[in-house]
Design a protein around this ligand. Structure first.
Ligand code: FES
Length: 70
């Protein structure tokens, strides 16, 4: 079994539901996006966007981004 990076988060996903994950690290509801990337992009001219997951079956995944640290 592969060791997960420190800070990885396991999340349960339901089939047919849309999930938006944070890639910028500024969300108050990590690992999910809450729209905070929009203000960050305006402040620093970046282009962060959420990452969409659309699972076809109920499953558990581990997610991680280096932007979630600190
Ligand atoms: S809040 Fe981080 S990508 Fe949306």
């Amino acid at each position: 079994m592969t060791e997960l990076p420190q800070g990885a988060k396991k999340i349960q996903l339901k089939a047919g539901k849309r999930y938006s994950l944070c890639s910028c690290g500024k969300s108050a509801v990590l690992p999910f996006c809450n729209g905070a990337h929009k203000e960050l992009n305006e402040q620093q001219g970046s282009n962060y966007k959420s990452v969409t997951l659309l699972p076809s079956s109920d499953t558990e995944v581990a997610v991680y981004s280096t932007t979630w640290e600190g």
